[in-house]
Design a protein around this ligand. Structure first.
Ligand SMILES: Cc1cc2nc3c(=O)[nH]c(=O)nc-3n(C[C@H](O)[C@H](O)[C@H](O)COP(=O)(O)O)c2cc1C
Length: 364
């Protein structure tokens, strides 16, 4: 038994779609909780005006009845309100009538740092819009919706996942974030940052060392690196551990089997050890610059400035929400693998039985 997620959708297409399989039947979902995470993803100082337009809300097309999962595939949709401005340019079928609205002229000016050039070469696109529409982080909306479902499942077994911003544009204190963002905006530039996700309450034993693909640290790293613009992932103290001696790097085990420190970030051997799971990710500055970098016009072969398109100055607050969803998803997947069950009660029963088996001391 495992959780699987498939997504589809272009940034300015009609909608974003997710299909979630492997949920137990009987899980109560709250529409407001999903929409709240969608709203959190849209917030932040540095977002583009598009966020005023979208007001993302989830629609459920299958797998749910009266708020409870049926144990069948769950189909989620988040519509792109902006699509009406791109109806001709992003029409799935050959559009009728004269070109009108946005996206009608081919884009041939690849942005350094975006998927435009690599994507156009790979798929043979002459209009880089055919690459950038899917490469765009707009698709993270539906991943956040799936993450909210994963969080609902995790909450049933007492696991709480929360993401937060640590740095924006090199500023570690929250007081500096807004100014750094506004400075970059007035310089027509962009910023990156660092976020941290902590999962509390995960039982020991999620993930496995049996194969590298089973390791939860590897899965978390892949899930986080799978988010647009993420360029580094750290588990626990991560890079800092490389500069320490072993005597100062590891978390000693008490007679209660707990640790006074958590430098490992709750993972040993790719398996949760009962301490909070702690991961950090670094996001590069966003590639769309209002003061564009040098590029080439793919149509003429002449030097040119890269595409300028409505864009965020920074999206680090949004990344905290997307990363939270990614971590929740991987933990929920590992929990489904460990505890199984077609019905939620079976899943909860397996979890309770397991906690009883590992209870320490046994007579407590
Ligand atoms: C939440 C979020 C919002 C983003 N918004 C933008 C944006 O407005 N403009 C932009 O150029 N890149 C944005 N990005 C980053 C690009 O999607 C990303 O850099 C691009 O797809 C290339 O992928 P790579 O950076 O992983 O190589 C955003 C990323 C995230 C996670």
């Amino acid at each position: 038994m495992t959780l699987e997620l498939s997504t589809a959708g272009e940034s300015h297409g009609p909608a974003l779609v997710a299909i979630v399989t492997g949920l137990p039947a009987g899980l109560q979902l709250e529409r407001d909780a999903i929409d709240n995470d969608l709203r959190r993803r849209q917030e932040g100082y540095g977002r583009s005006p598009r966020q005023n337009l979208e007001h993302d809300q989830v629609e459920v097309l299958a797998g749910l009845r009266h708020g409870r999962t049926l144990g069948t595939p769950l189909a989620l949709v988040v519509r792109n309100r902006d699509h009406e401005n791109w109806a001709w340019g992003m029409s799935p079928w050959p559009p009728e009538g004269d070109p009108t609205g946005k996206g009608t002229t081919p884009v041939t000016l690849p942005r350094p740092g975006h998927a435009d050039l690599a994507g156009a070469l790979k798929y043979g696109h002459e209009d880089t819009r055919d690459a950038l529409e899917r490469a765009s982080a707009r698709q993270t909306a539906v991943q956040v919706a799936a993450g909210a479902v994963a969080k609902a499942l995790l909450r049933e077994i007492g696991v709480d996942v929360a993401g937060r911003v640590l740095e924006i544009g090199g500023q570690a204190a929250e007081s500096g974030w807004k100014d750094a963002t506004e400075d970059a905006r007035s310089d027509r530039d962009t910023l990156g940052g660092v976020v941290e996700v902590i999962a509390d309450g995960a039982p020991p034993g999620l993930g496995s060392y049996a194969e590298k693909a089973d390791r939860l640290d590897a899965r978390l790293a892949a899930a986080l690196m799978g988010i647009q613009a993420v360029k580094a992932v750290e588990i626990g103290e991560g890079f800092a551990l490389a500069r320490l001696r072993g005597s100062h790097a590891h978390d000693e085990i008490g007679v209660d089997r707990r640790r006074a420190t958590n430098r490992a970030g709750g993972l040993e051997g790719g398996v949760t050890n009962g301490e909070p799971v702690v991961v950090r990710t670094a996001m590069k500055p966003l590639p769309t610059l209002m003061q564009p970098l040098r590029s080439v016009d793919l149509g003429t072969g002449e030097p040119a400035e890269a595409l300028v398109e409505r864009s965020d100055v920074q999206a680090v607050e949004a990344l905290a929400v997307v990363a939270e969803a990614a971590v929740a998803w991987e933990l929920a997947r590992a929990a489904r693998e460990k505890f199984g069950g077609d019905a939620l009660v079976d899943f909860l029963g397996a979890h309770a039985g397991y906690l009883e088996r590992i209870r320490w001391p046994r007579n407590a």
